[in-house]
Structures are given as structure tokens and as C-alpha cells.
Design a protein around this ligand. Structure first.
Ligand code: NAP
Ligand code: G4F
Length: 346
């Protein structure tokens, strides 16, 4: 029997890698996409096959995490074996500008989806995209037992989603798990997250089309892994016998300043000559340090990150240079992703 998966956030960084992974495993994949006046599917266009084609395995459905009725209808129709809730307003800085919208999608969106599963009368395994932002002010190393102390409307909304997922597991005996993922990046990372902002700027500065890069707090410590590896961990969380929550992380600590230095050095430039400060990129409350302890995932899922942050920075710089060389078209869409490995761009 072909397994069916339903993914919210399929058009995002993680959704695109997860869809690729599940299709490669023979799943029929259904994704929720938001109606927009322009196309918003660039990260998954390479996976799309016309649904009239009998070989089509990827199906996209309009909907939104703010629309509970639509979620019930879709789930009742699709009857998935696995549901991955990756959809969210996922930008921490933006969550201070749009706290109510963030609460609605990143927080209440999860209960809408869990309720849709319950009321549709289906019993899929459920993955909730929880975040290391839950730890916030609690110092590292952080693991599954570390107390939470969120520091943003985004973190607070994710905290609600974390607990409601756990509650549905206990209240309704659902196989519902939280993946508490530390920062993970890739050439498909959104352009306003710090790593991608840096690697795009390095490519543009090297090409002579940008002079400076304006940044906020360079002292933050993060644990940056490679997104393509993290979606494998998500999938493994739904394949074990008992539902449990897991941290996925590399366990290594780098500052934003380190990421800048490594990225600029990779193209032979000194970052200090190009980077300027702009207070607009500061947050009203900052999360100073996130460094995960992934030992539970290694022991119980056999999952371990192999790409370290310095290697990741080089992968992303190389990818952004190639994108510029392809006149702005993301180079990633031009290669055969099935055979793509990080080494291919090193
Ligand atoms: P992303 O690239 O920002 O993707 C977010 C996805 O959510 C997009 O597909 C977006 O659709 C969709 N979305 C936003 N609002 C929605 C709504 N109201 N209804 C339905 N879909 C909506 O995020 P990501 O980096 O892939 O992260 C995936 C998930 O993991 C998110 O929940 C994020 O908060 C969480 N997370 C990420 C990290 C990380 O480091 N990447 C770490 C921990 C947790 P559009 O394409 O239409 O905007
Ligand atoms: O790349 P960031 O915006 O990611 P942040 O805030 O850590 O959140 C990401 O990771 C979370 C997991 O821990 C996810 F849940 C969340 O969805 C998202 O994917 O910022 C990283 C750090 C921050 O300390 C920020 O203050 O970089 C600092 N930073 C300094 N200058 C900047 C900038 N961040 C951004 N986005 N832009 C800057 O110019």
C-alpha cells in the first residue's frame, strides 16, 4: 500500500526537502499551499508532475492554517498516514511586528490542524515543527528536559503548539510528536534569515554588485545544521514504535560573527571591511545562545548531523555564487536534485 503524507508549509525550505525525501521513499505527497497573486512554489516546482499524468505522486491543495474547516475537508478527503505541520510565520524578528498573525498561524494553526485530524476521524501520525526558540533565555546545552523560556511572540506561539501537541497525544492517544529543531539552513533558506542574508551578500559583494551588508547583533550563538539532513530526522520520528519528542541539532556553537568570517573568507574577503551595523535588525528581546544536545535522537533514531556550520556556510556561499552566475535563477532548480549532495558544490 502506498503511504500518503500531508505537509503544511510544503513551499518552505523544510517542506521542499521533506517532499523530496518522501517522494523518494515512494509516498504519495499532498501539500497545503496558500493562494497568492504570484507563484509561490519555486522550491517544489522541480518535483511537480501534471496530476493528469498517472505517475503523479505530488498533489497540491489550496488552504491556510487559519481556515480550520478547509483543513477538516482536506484531511477527510486525503486520509493521510502521516501529517507534518511545518506551516508557520517562521521569522522571529517579524513576529514582533506581527504578533497576532504569528499567534494565529504559528500557534492556533496547530490546534486547527490537530482538531481537523480528530474530527475527520482519521488516525495519522502527526509531526509538529517545534523549535529551539522554545528555550529562549535558558542557557545551553539544551535537550528534551531543558525548561522553556521563549523570548518572542514566535517562541510563545511555538510553545503553545508544543504543549497542545503533547496534550493531544495524552488526551486522545494520538501518535503526535514534537521535533525540537535547532536552526537549520540550506541554499533554499529564506533570504531574510541571517545565514542566507550573509551568503547572498557575499556572492553579490564578490561579484561587485553590492557594497555593504547591514547587520544586527553579531554576538548571538546558534547551532546551524543542514536542512536536508533534518527532514530525515522528522521522518524517523514518525517511524518509531512510541511517540516521543526529540531534539535535532549539530551540538556545535558558532556566533553570527563566526558565520560572517567563514563566509567572507571562503571568497578571499575580510568581512570587517563590508559589514555595517543597523539597529533595525535588533530584536526587543534576543535569544543569546542556542546549542542543542542531540544525543537522544542519535540513540533512539540513529540520526546524526554530518554537515557542520563551517561547511554549511561554504555550501551556501557557493550556491549563491552559482545563482548569480545563472542570472538570478536559483541554480538549485537547474540540477538533478536526486543526485545532488553537499559535496557537489564544495
Ligand atoms: P519557511 O521556509 O518560512 O516556510 C514556512 C512555510 O509555512 C511556507 O511554506 C509558508 O507558505 C507556510 N505558511 C506560512 N503561513 C501559513 C499559513 N497561514 N497557512 C499555511 N501555510 C503557511 O520555514 P522553514 O524554515 O521551512 O521551517 C519549517 C517549520 O519549522 C516552521 O514551522 C518553522 O517555524 C519551524 N522551524 C524552523 C527552523 C529552521 O531553522 N528552519 C527551526 C525550528 C523550527 P508560503 O511559502 O506561502 O509563505
Ligand atoms: O537567522 P535568524 O533570523 O534566526 P532565528 O531568530 O534564530 O530563528 C530561526 O531559527 C529558529 C530555531 O532556533 C526557528 F524556530 C525560526 O523559525 C528561524 O528559522 O537569526 C539568527 C540570529 C539572531 O540572534 C539575530 O538577532 O542572527 C541575529 N542577526 C544579526 N543580524 C540577524 C541579523 N538576523 C537576521 N534575520 N537578520 C540580520 O540582519
Amino acid at each position: 500500500m502506498t503511504k500518503k503524507a500531508f505537509i503544511t508549509g510544503i513551499t518552505g525550505q523544510d517542506g521542499s526537502y521533506l517532499a523530496e525525501l518522501l517522494l523518494s521513499k515512494g509516498y504519495e505527497v499532498h501539500g497545503l499551499i496558500r493562494r497568492a497573486s504570484t507563484f509561490n512554489t519555486s522550491r517544489i516546482d522541480h518535483l511537480y508532475v501534471d496530476p493528469h499524468d498517472p505517475t503523479a505522486k505530488l498533489f497540491l491543495h489550496y488552504g491556510d492554517l487559519s481556515d480550520g474547516v478547509r483543513l477538516v475537508t482536506l484531511l477527510a478527503e486525503i486520509q493521510p498516514d502521516e501529517v507534518y505541520n511545518l506551516g508557520a510565520q517562521s521569522h522571529v524578528r517579524v513576529s514582533f511586528d506581527e504578533p497576532e498573525h504569528t499567534a494565529d498561524t504559528t500557534g492556533t494553526g496547530s490546534i486547527r490542524l490537530l482538531e481537523a485530524v480528530r474530527t475527520a476521524g482519521i488516525r495519522p501520525r502527526f509531526y509538529q515543527a517545534s523549535s529551539s526558540e522554545l528555550y529562549g533565555a535558558t542557557p545551553p546545552p539544551q535537550n528534551e528536559d531543558t525548561p522553556f523560556y521563549p523570548r518572542s511572540p514566535y517562541g510563545a506561539a511555538k510553545l503553545y503548539s508544543y504543549w497542545i501537541t503533547k496534550n493531544y497525544r495524552e488526551a486522545y492517544d494520538m501518535f503526535a510528536v514534537n521535533g525540537i529543531l535547532f536552526n537549520h539552513e540550506s541554499p533554499r533558506r529564506g533570504e531574510t534569515f541571517v545565514t542566507r542574508k550573509i551568503t547572498r551578500a557575499v556572492a553579490a559583494i564578490k561579484a561587485g554588485t553590492q557594497e555593504h551588508l547591514y547587520m544586527g547583533n553579531l554576538d548571538s550563538v546558534r547551532d546551524w545544521g543542514y536542512a536536508a539532513e533534518y527532514v530525515e530526522g522528522m521522518w524517523r520520528m514518525l517511524q518509531v514504535d512510541e511517540p516521543e519528542d526529540f531534539v535535532l541539532a549539530t551540538g556545535t556553537a558558532y556566533t553570527v560573527r563566526d558565520f560572517l568570517r567563514i563566509s567572507f573568507e571562503h571568497v578571499g574577503l575580510d568581512w570587517e571591511k563590508y559589514v555595517k551595523f543597523d539597529e533595525r535588525y535588533l530584536r526587543p528581546t534576543e535569544v543569546d545562545a542556542l546549542v542543542g544536545d542531540p544525543s537522544k535522537a542519535e540513540a533512539k533514531l540513529g540520526w546524526k548531523a554530518t554537515v557542520q556550520p563551517d561547511q554549511l556556510a561554504r555550501i551556501m556561499v557557493d550556491a549563491d555564487i552559482k545563482t548569480l552566475e545563472c542570472a538570478g535563477t536559483p541554480w538549485i532548480d537547474k540540477v538533478n536534485l536526486a543526485s545532488w549532495t553537499p559535496e557537489a558544490v564544495l
